[in-house]
Design a protein around this ligand. Structure first.
Ligand SMILES: Cc1cc2nc3c(=O)[nH]c(=O)nc-3n(C[C@H](O)[C@H](O)[C@H](O)COP(=O)(O)O)c2cc1C
Length: 304
């Protein structure tokens, strides 16, 4: 489907749909599966220097049009992940974004150095998961304080070698454009927006929060308008490519993301709402574009 072909920081993608981090991305086999099912690029589950068990259960709940999770960034650690990433790079046939997180600036630097050794298309740093509070002064995710977001971007960029760096932003801030500007100035080559929206659920009969961790991150169709607004605002502030992520479930959602200014479109929770979401979303995008006379995805961006 040539109509949908695009590039992200020089990496060629058959379509703009990117498997979002944390969804199927823990094993090389599942990253390859996402590519075979139509993803134009795939992002691995965020990993850290040491293995992390994550939070207790219940850690994931699904209802009407959203999912709420407090997985707590469980992962087997970077050593184990490197083998999975090598497998995916050899077999997926689409670009791989390798995702990392850490508890300190030094952790991020070391993670980027390790991930760069397998030569992914991009390295993505997760500085925005709502459940992860790194050990910095503010006790907030790096993505929630402009100076912290800039510093973590700078140290990561210095450790990526030639691999482009994508920084994943949080919607849980009063002004996402401040953070976007800070990370672009600090050297980010791309931005992924958004991570999950901080949220909770209470079981009124049991009179207690449903998630073992009490609060978690909301994802899926319910957050689509929040993500769309974030991408729209970021596009008007920075030049770097944006992976517009959050609630995309249909071809028209993906088209709207690109109209808002995204260069590629992240797809995560849609796997819980539709069968074979990548191939279907891509098909629907293609139909919309043909019916409306668009010849390439870059033409979708809104006229100012
Ligand atoms: C179960 C689950 C695990 C996730 N794990 C990660 C993660 O490890 N790193 C990360 O950057 N984002 C993670 N995310 C956030 C997604 O990558 C994405 O930003 C978010 O889900 C919004 O997109 P969606 O509505 O299409 O799912 C996770 C989301 C879910 C639902």
């Amino acid at each position: 489907m040539r109509l949908l072909e695009t590039t992200l920081c020089g990496a060629r993608m058959p379509n703009p749909l990117v498997l979002a981090s944390g969804i199927w991305g823990l094993t090389g086999g599942n990253l390859v599966r996402a590519a075979k099912e139509g993803a134009g690029a795939v992002t691995s589950k965020s990993c850290s220097l040491q293995a992390r068990p994550g939070y207790g259960t219940p850690a994931l709940l699904e209802w009407d049009n959203a999912m709420l999770n407090s997985m707590g960034l469980s992962n087997p650690g970077v050593d184990a992940m490197l083998d999975e990433l090598r497998f995916a790079i050899r077999n997926a046939g689409v670009p791989l974004l390798a995702s990392a997180f850490g508890n300190s600036y030094d952790d991020f630097a070391r993670m980027c150095e390790r991930l760069a050794t397998v030569k992914p298309a991009l390295i993505e740093i997760d500085i925005s998961s709502p459940n992860h509070k790194p050990g910095v002064k503010t006790d907030k995710p790096f993505a929630c304080v402009p100076a912290d977001a800039a510093k973590v971007t700078e140290v990561s960029k210095n450790s990526c070698g030639r691999i482009p760096l994508c920084v994943k932003l949080s919607p849980n801030v009063s002004d996402i454009t401040e953070i976007a500007k800070a990370v672009e100035e600090a050297g980010a080559d791309a931005i992924c927006a958004i991570n999950s929206v901080k949220a909770m659920a209470i079981d009124v009969e049991a009179r207690r929060p449903v998630l073992a961790n009490k609060v978690g991150g909301l994802t899926g169709p319910a957050i689509f308008p929040i993500a769309l607004r974030a991408v729209y605002e970021i596009r008007r502030t920075v030049e770097v490519p944006i992976i517009g992520t959050g609630g995309v479930t249909t071809g028209k959602d993906a088209v709207a993301m690109m109209m808002a200014g995204a260069n590629a479109v992240g797809v995560g929770s849609a796997i819980a709402f539709r069968d074979k979401p990548f191939v279907r979303i891509a098909e629907e995008m293609g139909i919309f574009m043909r019916e409306n006379g668009y010849r390439k995805v870059s033409e979708l961006k809104l006229e100012e």
